[in-house]
Write a protein that binds this ligand. Structure first.
Ligand code: NAD
Length: 482
């Protein structure tokens, strides 16, 4: 069933059934490109959450006992369905999140590849046999940790939920995922692919609700064995503290404020092009988005001119419109936050080279923005902007700029541009970040780990490390009796 806007009716998925919440409570879903209400998302009651917990408990017993070949076959079938349905999943994602259709469908296709990669990797989650000094048969086994409670935001409506789902299911865990209430239909379309691929009931459950109520209830339940969260640092701290109260491990993928260091020997035009392309992807609403641009003073003029050129080439519009390169911000909160950050920088003396304001049209559109002369005390250089704004700051000394880059509590992504192997090595060794790209602005890849240090969180998604949080290590020492 779809609405006039071509937007599907949204349901939760609990114990293998698509359902409304118990009390019929809902929240509106807004298309950020038009500000129109396009649908409603059901909100779970405590009783709904308890049903999901019971289902995940039973689902775990079924799934962990399912032979790995069967599990892998189901996950590959789900990946094939995600790839086949990518155009439709992408359209729904653009309707509720705003990003250009090509980005949404590309995200869905990459999601299918990620799932295949994790499913195959789980076949190699080997334990080991250790020569025992005590004469026992000493083995180390890796076992699924158990039912997972996962909480995901709205910026990657397909890839975000799937990172948690694919890792959990590949490892043999069941999962309850609280999708974003702002992008629920995309999460539901993703979950439907798993259902249609033959995943047993209860292994994967999708709920929506009042975030604080849902997380408190799921974290406290004895059924839940792991908490996996992607979102902001303040919410991450809250959930990690709740998990700590009941001694449960957690996986925290939090925010960042990625520095870009353009060294004196870099090609300023190439660096500006690469950095601008990464900056405006998903309207800057990416945790690894480059967000502080430190450029050597000898290059800053040329870099800035090219960056402004690249910024002004970005076509802003409805993500469903042909040729759109950047959509609106995903919600009014982000628009207001960006207006506040730009106003604060300007009040402190920053110059707007291009953009600087919301567009005069319906929707949460903000012009791609470049600022210079941003003083060090501007909020923009400290608070994660999560928005299409680029402050360009000159520097003269590499050690001094490294200290500035590392001064914030964040430590997620960082970028460096240099032709010198020695400088690249210095950046690699000294930048405090979990993800570093040199001479390009690389995004997440499924074959390598992503994650933060410092307040950007802990645990890794992607690469063989992705399964670590979802597996527990058990030592078995067996004394053979004659
Ligand atoms: P927010 O802090 O209000 O919410 C972030 C996410 O956490 C949302 O999906 C929200 O539904 C969820 N959430 C909030 N309270 C929760 C709770 N008690 N339990 C469970 N989930 C809860 O921020 P926002 O306005 O939605 O997003 C902006 C900020 O979020 C950005 O500044 C950015 O730091 C962060 N963010 C980070 C990522 C990431 O990939 N690390 C993604 C999206 C948002």
């Amino acid at each position: 069933m779809t609405t006039d806007h071509g937007y599907p009716a949204v349901r939760m998925y609990i114990a293998g059934e698509w359902c409304q919440g118990g009390t019929g409570r809902t929240a509106p879903i807004v298309n950020p490109a038009t500000e129109e209400v396009i649908g409603e998302v059901p909100l779970a009651t405590t009783a709904d959450l308890d049903r999901a917990l019971a289902a995940a408990d039973e689902g775990f017993r079924v799934w962990r006992a399912t032979p790995i070949a069967r599990r892998t076959a189901i996950l590959h079938a789900a990946a094939d369905l995600i790839a086949e349905r990518a155009p439709e999943i992408g359209r729904v994602s653009t309707l509720e999140q705003g990003k250009p259709l090509a980005e949404s469908t590309g995200e869905a296709r990459r999601t299918a590849d990620t799932l295949r990669w994790h499913a195959d990797d789980a076949r190699r989650a080997y334990g080991r046999i250790i020569p025992s000094e005590a004469g026992t048969v000493l083995t180390v086994r890796r076992e699924p940790i158990g039912p997972v409670a996962a909480f995901v935001p709205w910026n990657f409506p397909v890839g975000g939920p799937n990172r948690k789902i694919s890792s959990a299911l590949s490892a043999g865990c069941s999962i309850i995922i609280k999708g974003s209430e702002e992008t629920p239909a995309t999460a539901a379309a993703l979950v439907k692919c798993y259902e249609d691929a033959g995943l047993p009931a209860g292994v994967l459950n999708l709920v929506f609700g009042e975030p604080a109520e849902v997380s408190a209830h799921l974290i406290a339940s004895p059924v839940t064995r792991l908490i996996a969260f992607t979102g902001s640092v303040p919410v991450g701290k809250l959930l990690a503290a709740q998990a700590g109260e009941v001694m449960k491990p957690s996986l925290m993928e939090l925010g960042g404020h990625a520095p870009v260091i353009v060294c004196a020997d870099a090609d300023p035009v190439r660096a500006a092009r690469k950095a601008a392309q990464a900056k405006f992807a998903n309207a800057g609403q990416v945790c690894t988005s480059p967000s502080r641009f430190y450029v050597h003073e000898s290059l800053v003029e040329e870099f800035t001119a090219e960056f402004v050129l690249a910024t002004e080439e970005v076509v802003v519009g409805d993500g469903l419109a042909e040729g759109t390169k950047m959509g609106p911000l995903a919600n009014e909160r982000r628009l207001k936050a960006l207006e506040r950050l730009v106003a604060d920088a300007v009040a402190r003396g920053a110059k707007v080279l291009t953009g600087g304001a919301a567009l005069d049209r319906p929707g949460y559109f903000f012009a791609p923005t470049v600022l210079t002369d941003v003083p060090e005390d501007a909020e923009l250089l400290h608070e994660e902007p999560f928005a299409p704004v680029a402050p360009i700051v000159p520097f003269s000394d590499l050690d001094e700029v490294l200290a500035r880059a590392n001064a914030l509590p964040y430590g997620l992504a960082a970028y460096g541009f240099t032709r010198s192997a020695a400088t690249a090595e210095k950046l690699s060794a000294e930048l405090e970040a979990g993800i570093l790209s040199i001479n390009h602005c690389g995004g997440s890849v499924h074959e390598a780990p992503s994650g933060g240090v410092k307040e950007s969180g802990y645990g890794r998604e992607g690469g063989p490390e992705a399964l670590d949080a979802y597996l527990v290590t058990k030592r078995v020492s067996h004394l053979l009796v004659p």
